[in-house]
Design a protein around this ligand. Structure first.
Ligand SMILES: [Zn+2]
Length: 557
């Protein structure tokens, strides 16, 4: 592709203008406002009579969406079927974190006159403002990620001009998706959109460039990061079953909360469970919720309790994680039961019951997966009875019940159907699931490396795993990722081909495998995403980023 130079200032003015327009439209996920942004994206792509330059441009409605949302798309068919996908999300998180400044959260220009209160709570923002006083734009969505969408629009408009002149050497698709901050409904539908487009036009996808938030990795970090993969996430969950007993006879039972405490002690912040790949490590697991199943006060030991664990992944598969958790849970359970045996003997001796103290019978417990518990229940009462009980349990709860809570209730019901006795630990998966994506040798990753090398003045660093959960997870599923251990152990899983069911969770995993795109995140630079101090560094985000995107595409052409 011939070099089409465009000045920093021309990019800057255009991307700044689009960013302010998009930020001004409230699009907290999930809400109907997301469609308003989608409509504005299409308007900006087409304004000035450019609409006819696109092979296709418009809105793709999300099937069965309660908020009537859309993904905005534009397609430019160039001289070659080799196709690059530009990707961005148009939704944001809520604005309540702005507190007294909330009325100006979507008006960065008005907000700039009221930064003192915001900056008081964010010393890093004060430091940034002191270092580069006129280069920061504050507001909800400025960096996560309406400036990234704005840069994509500017680049698409530039490429549409080339297409009109017949000088666009490759094909380009742009997708602006809703729901990224929620359940990624936008990109999940886009997977099928991209497969359809591929079949209709005989396209070969080179990969997808997402333009989401990037930031410093440590104070004073001079680098700008480009990523060639993304982290994933699993939400393994635990039902801990103790044994009922009156508080006066605790040795006859087992406090399920004590069992949970031991399990959390061994699992939460355990760096041995961190996925480490080629020099990058995810943060250790932490719980996101823990509770017992009691709803009222009484003097029985809590007989069951549950929690779930946030586990970020770079290479760990659902099956491998389940086996790691089984080992940790088995050792925690064994250690607790031995300790209780010893405690009981000591307590009996202190109470003058030496003979009984000598004959305390060792406690036993089991660790099993949801799939194993299911098999045990089927063996006991038959498949039809198990399915009937789980269906009845499902219908007992309102449609809006949290999917994690519904999962836990289904496991508890299955435990009762299986008729086993505690203590026991049941391991299962709750939604959501974000597959990780690793880098792979491909023209897109070569192009990104070449662009980074061509700009030493920008301190560009290419790293493998984008460290935030994003829509990129749903564009590629590695062959070695066996999903059967996930789906067989996720109580609310629904096969994509099965009829819709309120409260169920599904992913088009086979479609994602068919799409199988290399990914890149080359996004705007800022700080404070999901905080009131959210801010974009304007020079890089508005002036530099679109040029880097264009140069990457030029190297592919
Ligand atoms: Zn984002």
């Amino acid at each position: 592709m011939a070099q089409h130079e465009r000045s920093f200032q021309a990019w800057f003015d255009e991307v700044r203008d689009y960013t302010l327009r998009l930020v001004g439209i409230r699009s907290v996920s999930p809400s109907a406002g997301e469609s308003e942004v989608a409509r504005e994206v299409v308007r900006l792509l087409c304004q000035g009579g450019l609409g006819a330059a696109y092979t296709a441009v418009g809105l793709d409605p999300l099937a069965g969406d309660a908020y009537g949302r859309h993904t905005a798309y534009a397609f430019l068919k160039g001289a070659s079927a080799r196709t690059i996908v530009l990707l961005g999300h148009i939704d944001t998180v809520d604005t309540a974190d702005f507190g007294a400044q909330e009325p100006w959260a979507l008006d960065p220009l008005a907000l700039s006159g009221r930064l003192d209160a915001l900056v008081q709570r964010a010393p890093a923002a004060a430091h940034d403002l002191a270092t580069h006083p006129d280069d920061w734009l504050f507001g909800r969505g400025v960096i996560d990620m309406k400036s990234g969408v704005a840069a994509n629009i500017a680049v698409m408009r530039h490429l549409a001009g080339l297409a009109s002149a017949g000088t666009l050497p490759l094909s380009v698709v742009f997708l602006a998706t809703p729901d990224e901050e929620n359940e990624s409904a936008g990109v999940l539908q886009s997977v099928r959109f991209l497969l359809r487009l591929r079949d209709e036009h005989g396209l070969t996808y080179l990969g997808a460039i997402n333009t989401d938030y990037t930031t410093a990795q440590y104070p004073g970090d001079p680098h700008h990061y480009i990523y060639t993969g993304t982290i994933g996430k699993l939400l393994p969950s635990v039902l801990a079953v103790g044994r009922e007993s009156h508080v006066g006879d605790p040795f006859d039972g087992l406090d399920a909360n004590l069992l949970v405490a031991e399990l959390i002690r061994d699992l939460s912040m355990n760096d041995a469970l961190c996925d480490v790949v080629r020099g990058q490590a995810v943060p250790p697991p932490v719980t996101l919720h823990a509770a017992d199943l009691k709803s009222t006060y009484d003097v029985q030991l809590p007989f069951a309790a549950s929690f779930y664990l946030n586990v970020l992944t770079l290479s760990m598969t659902p099956g491998a994680l389940l086996e790691r958790l089984r080992e940790v849970a088995q050792s925690a359970l064994t250690r607790l039961l031995r300790r209780l045996d010893e405690t009981e003997a000591r307590w009996l001796a202190a109470a003058g019951k030496a003979a009984r103290a000598a004959s305390v019978s060792p406690r036993r417990g089991a660790v099993l997966t949801y799939a194993e518990l299911h098999a045990a229940a089927v063996k006991r009462v038959g498949a039809a009875a198990v399915a009937g009980a789980l269906n009845e349990e499902w219908s007992r709860w309102p449609e809006q019940l949290d999917k994690r809570t519904r999962s836990m209730q289904l496991v508890w019901r299955l435990w009762q159907v299986a008729g086993a006795a505690g203590p026991a630990v049941v391991l299962y998966y709750s939604p959501p699931y974000y597959p990780h994506v690793a880098a792979s040798p491909c023209p897109l990753h070569d192009a990104v490396a070449a662009v980074a090398a061509a700009h030493p003045e920008l301190s560009l660093r290419v790293e493998e795993f984008f460290p935030y959960l994003s829509d990129l997870s749903y564009l590629r599923l590695h062959n070695e990722t066996d999903i059967a251990p996930l789906t067989a152990n996720m109580p609310v899983w629904r096969d994509p081909a099965a009829p819709a069911r309120p409260g169920s969770y599904t992913l088009p995993l086979e479609a994602i495998r068919a799409l199988d795109m290399p990914v890149v995140n080359l996004g705007p630079y800022g700080a404070g995403a999901h905080q009131a101090s959210e801010r974009a560094r304007m020079s890089y985000s508005f002036g530099t980023l679109p040029q880097l995107l264009l140069e990457t595409i030029q190297r592919l052409g």
